[in-house]
Design a protein. Structure first.
Length: 395
């Protein structure tokens, strides 16, 4: 056979082999190109930027001179502090504390929102300052607010803005918020018709929704009077609304429209649902009477603070499931020795108000238990005003 004929016979096979070989070469070449590109990227990669709100953005070049203008552009000013009555604490959903209120005013002057980073102690505050992780450091001493020294424009702005008189101003503001006027409400009598067995216009709702949480309806009525004195339009400085003083955020969590918080039935139903959640939170307390005390305390002061008090009681050999033992530590959470203890996770608490809250509701419930034949409908008359001159009862 002629040699050329042999070549022509095997040519298609050779072409196929050649094509596959080139295809593999191209694949390897593409892989090599990707590797080289990645290496190049790593070599040229810029230092990641940690934005003031904690988001890492690898596409933006780090600004070594991040200062006042950048803070205003980001819209957030970061304050680092420790928990305490002079620094920062949460009170019924409202942030308070002399240092916090000062920093909030400064943030307002800059047109920024204020974010609070709560530290464990002063050592952590020093670290925040040295590492430039906060714009402002609010020390436990009133008026001692230090700006990040690497931000000279911010330092200058704080210095020009601050005046010592601001301390008295914010203290007066805080005191006003903590007085008995903190809830705007009309005051109605704690019993609408004792002889007729009627506590309030809303007894039917208390009876209906207390069954879901296995409460005596009169206990829920006693709590309602403590919260709002049976005023469905009551509103607190922190924004809690209605008969059972439901916070808007709590309403969102419970799936209740904020627009319905002034409606008696919707408000009472929301409170019952929230109480049910708190009962589940404290399901480790087997005794129902004791568990109810913890639920009431948490409704007022927050479950996290109550758990802190329980932890302290257990550490000191007390019964963490007995309110008479734990309430003493709720009171102690107002002192530095206790709210700064490492076992405490949520810091300072105005415990005296919470303990008083539980005591008043229990006392009023005891008086309501004399109602033997509850009225199943609504009283036709309007709620009558309490006779404040006689002072027969406390609010």
């Amino acid at each position: 056979m002629h040699p050329r004929i042999k070549i022509s016979i095997f040519a298609p096979i050779l072409d196929i082999i050649y094509c596959r070989l080139m295809l593999n070469v191209n694949k390897y070449a593409a892989l090599v190109a990707v590797v080289l590109l990645l290496v190049s990227c790593f070599e040229k990669k810029q230092e990641p930027l940690v934005a003031p709100w904690g988001v890492i953005d690898d596409t933006v070049t780090v600004a070594e001179d991040f200062d006042l203008h950048d803070i205003q552009t980001s819209g957030e000013l970061i304050m680092a502090t420790v928990t305490g009555p002079e620094t920062y604490y949460d009170y019924h959903g409202k942030s308070l504390g002399t240092q916090y209120l000062l920093c909030q005013r400064f943030a307002d002057s800059l047109g920024c929102r204020l974010r609070v980073d709560v530290c464990r102690d002063s050592i952590e505050l020093v670290h925040k300052l040295d590492s430039c992780e906060a714009d402002l450091i609010a020390w436990p001493t009133p008026g001692h607010i230090e700006a990040d020294r690497s931000k000279p424009d911010l330092v200058a702005e704080l210095k020009s803005w601050y005046h010592p008189s601001f301390i008295d101003d914010v203290k007066k503001e805080e005191t006003a918020l903590l007085t008995t006027k903190k809830v705007r409400r009309r005051i109605f009598a704690p019993m609408l018709d004792a002889k007729g067995g009627i506590i309030s216009h809303y007894d039917q709702y208390f009876m209906t929704y207390s069954r879901d949480i296995r409460w005596d309806w009169r206990l829920m009525a006693a709590q309602c009077y403590q919260e709002s004195t049976f005023d469905p339009k009551a509103v607190s400085f922190a924004g809690a609304k209605g008969l059972m003083q439901i916070m808007p955020g709590t309403a969102d969590h419970l799936g209740v429209a904020r627009s319905k918080l002034y409606e008696p039935e919707a408000n009472i139903a929301a409170a019952a649902k929230y109480i049910g959640e708190l009962q589940h939170t404290f399901s480790d307390i087997r005794d129902q009477y004791e568990r109810t005390n913890f639920v009431l305390a948490s409704y007022n002061g927050g479950a996290h603070h109550i758990r802190d008090a329980m932890a302290l009681a257990k550490r000191d050999g007390k019964n963490p499931h007995r309110w008479s033992d734990v309430s003493a530590y709720v009171l102690k959470l107002a002192t530095p020795k206790y709210y700064n203890d490492p076992i405490v996770k949520y810091g300072y608490m105005r415990g005296s108000e919470t303990v008083d809250y539980v005591n008043r509701i229990r006392q009023r419930h005891a008086s309501y238990q004399g109602v033997k034949s509850p009225h199943m409908g609504f009283h036709p008359s309007q709620p009558r005003k309490a006779d404040q001159r006689k002072k027969k009862y406390d609010i």
